[in-house]
Design a protein around this ligand. Sequence first.
Ligand SMILES: C[S@@+](CC[C@H](N)C(=O)[O-])C[C@H]1O[C@@H](n2cnc3c(N)ncnc32)[C@H](O)[C@@H]1O
Length: 345
Amino acid sequence: MRYLTQPPHSETLEVLNIQQQEDLADLQQQISDGILSSSPQLPSLLLWNDEGIALFDRFSQSPPYYLNKKELEILAHQGDDIASRIPPNGVLIELGSGSLHKTSLILSACERQRRPVLYYALDVSIGELTESLTSLMKRMGPTQFVKVRGLLGTYDDCVAWLASDPKMVIQSSVTFLWMGNSIANLQPDDASLLLSRFSHICTKQGVRCQFIVAADACTHKTTIMAAYDTTKRPLHDFLLNGLRHANTVMGHNVFQTSDWTCAVEFNDRANVLNTYYIPRRDLQLDINGIAVEFRKGDQVLAITSGKWTEKDFHAVSVNAGLHIADTWRDMSRIYCKNVPNPASR
Ligand SMILES: C[S@@+](CC[C@H](N)C(=O)[O-])C[C@H]1O[C@@H](n2cnc3c(N)ncnc32)[C@H](O)[C@@H]1O
């Protein structure tokens, strides 16, 4: 299915809906399973509806959130070099594209380099995807070499789409761009598995592929805790929106947001930041007719953010059958953009 939407200026924006039918039922099941689990958690996908992506954008621009600034620094100084790694006439798919603020730096470099690229922004929410792509096209102005499209769906939907008929759109090569440390919202093994699924499907389809992945390698606890301060509005509002979205998905009010607050914990042995929903009082939740009790102060995992050292990132790549061909770092060397390629190439 195609959505054709008309941005305020002349060009037509094409967004392809690649969602699988069963996505909503899956999410309902994940909510039930997560709440009933002995280590309660909610699927992090709940954080990413239209409101969530906009709230995250506000949070990511807050001064202590160093990730955004460090990544912009890398793109400002090394964006030309990064863009030069995208093969001409190739497809560029941005995984979890979000607000697209950083993307224009890469696409503008492609345009300056007269590098023909068909760019797809992949994200899960049609409203934000359309709005972000429309602003991106406005910021970039008319382009001769870069074509911009949207893909509505999850990472899994994208694997399925590529398995279906990529030759229609991908003639020779695909570069997956994954920014904002989104890769480390997955557990390292799951990240390796997803990278290898993308890589294998491309190999099977006879398409060359590579990845450009941004990873936060900061392990300085004070810096991290200051960036993810749940007592401040931007992060607090972003997280609580996930509970409202859970109510929408479940079709009734499972969570009263006034009953919940949030907290973060940095595990410095595993280099991972865990973000939790915390009940403000003893509660009973109704999950499809099953009463689930929570005590005041219990933890329900909302999302994790890995802070992988270069060694950790190397391990994730190797486990996916990839090798790191290149790395760009910010001046303080806490943020990296890496290019893992299939090892056989
Ligand atoms: C941490 S934000 C990063 C946004 C943007 N890439 C950046 O660098 O600012 C994660 C993005 O990934 C998207 N996302 C999360 N899980 C996803 C999934 N399973 N499939 C597709 N997109 C996903 C979210 O909607 C969100 O826009």
